[in-house]
Design a protein around this ligand. Structure first.
Ligand SMILES: [Zn+2]
Length: 157
């Protein structure tokens, strides 16, 4: 079972970059990167020192419900190219550990399958989780701050 890492859709990011509102109904805040480990959830690359970026609240779910938590993310303030969905880890995974939290088709957490994994084990763990037919997708989040990084699904081929 292959795992595919999926960045935030372009339509979300283009809206934020055009001064649209975030999942909290507020405009994104623009800041300048100090180059210290910030990563863009659209191109899945690090945000370089001196580059402008947006801090905003994102709810990576299709609807509002008890499991649809909202949290802070970063994206480039200037247009950037969305990363291709991929079966390899990108630069966005630059910390030691990550939370893999698993959801069913109704976006409800599948209890007993999620957890914290070392960076080197993310792909193996995601592939194992996706063997469970109850799991529709996974969210990869930072271990330290619980920030959403990307969605992980089964590769279609
Ligand atoms: Zn970017």
């Amino acid at each position: 079972m292959s795992a595919r890492f999926i960045p935030i859709p372009c339509e979300n990011v283009i809206g934020w970059q055009a001064e649209g509102v975030d999942s909290s109904g507020l405009p994104a805040k623009q800041k300048i990167s100090d180059g210290d480990g910030l990563s863009c959830r659209h191109c899945l690359e690090n945000i370089g020192k001196g580059d402008p970026y947006l801090v905003l609240a994102h709810r990576p779910f299709s609807g509002l419900h008890a499991y649809a938590d909202t949290g802070p993310i970063f994206v480039h303030a200037a247009a950037c190219r969305r990363a291709e969905s991929s079966d390899t880890l990108t630069a966005i995974f630059n910390s030691a550990g990550y939370i893999l939290r698993d959801y069913d088709n109704g976006e409800i957490i599948v209890f007993g399958t999620g957890g914290v994994v070392d960076r080197a084990r993310i792909i193996d763990r995601a592939e194992t989780i996706l063997e469970n037919p109850a799991v529709a997708f996974i969210h990869a989040r930072s271990e330290q701050n619980n920030c959403f990084h990307c969605r992980i699904e089964r590769a279609s081929t």
